[in-house]
Design a protein around this ligand. Sequence first.
Ligand SMILES: NC(=O)c1ccc[n+]([C@@H]2O[C@H](COP(=O)([O-])OP(=O)(O)OC[C@H]3O[C@@H](n4cnc5c(N)ncnc54)[C@H](OP(=O)(O)O)[C@@H]3O)[C@@H](O)[C@H]2O)c1
Length: 182
Amino acid sequence: MSVAMVTGASRGLGRALAGELAARGWDLVVTARGARALAEAASELARAPGVRVTAVAGDVSSAEHRGALVAAARALGGLDLLVNNAGVLGTEPLVALAAQPLDGLREAFEVNVVGPLGLVQEALPLLREAGAGAPAGAGAVLNISSDAAVVAYGTWGAYGATKAAGDLLSAVLAVEEPALRV
Ligand SMILES: NC(=O)c1ccc[n+]([C@@H]2O[C@H](COP(=O)([O-])OP(=O)(O)OC[C@H]3O[C@@H](n4cnc5c(N)ncnc54)[C@H](OP(=O)(O)O)[C@@H]3O)[C@@H](O)[C@H]2O)c1
């Protein structure tokens, strides 16, 4: 069966996506930082008949954690779909750029841009292998963006900049890896 990795799968969109994939029979590697909420989500996801779920708690901005996630996918037989969904705003409540804490901006780039690209890099060998045998013909990468990547909403500048950066990485990855669906 196909294997998907979903980051930020303990709640929100990531949890919903993981639920829909499990309902269609996909095996899953799921992650989030909060171990308890992730374990609860994983145990609900594993109720889908025949579905294997591996939960690995941690931070996508950590290279060691990204390595553990890809190792977990390998143990399930490979990786057909990577969903880079985990995301942070950079500061809460949101503020105008004049007051944006630069540490918050750095954190948002680490979680929303550097982590996802690092996960793509780590997972590429498995995603390329999926392309060789998958019924749909290609491994896939889904990077979750935002309307804030393309619209200049006041106070959304830092977060929007990370999402715009992610959009460009997605577009270039699609050019550089034509065998993948990005
Ligand atoms: N909500 C919206 O209206 C909206 C609109 C446009 C785009 N988006 C994008 O859609 C995606 C999902 O949004 P959402 O609203 O569903 O988010 P959410 O409810 O805040 O959930 C975020 C998920 O990501 C995990 N997470 C956060 N930082 C992480 C990190 N460093 N490492 C690993 N996991 C991490 C969280 O768990 P922990 O906190 O336990 O780590 C949680 O599981 C994000 O990329 C967001 O930018 C959302």
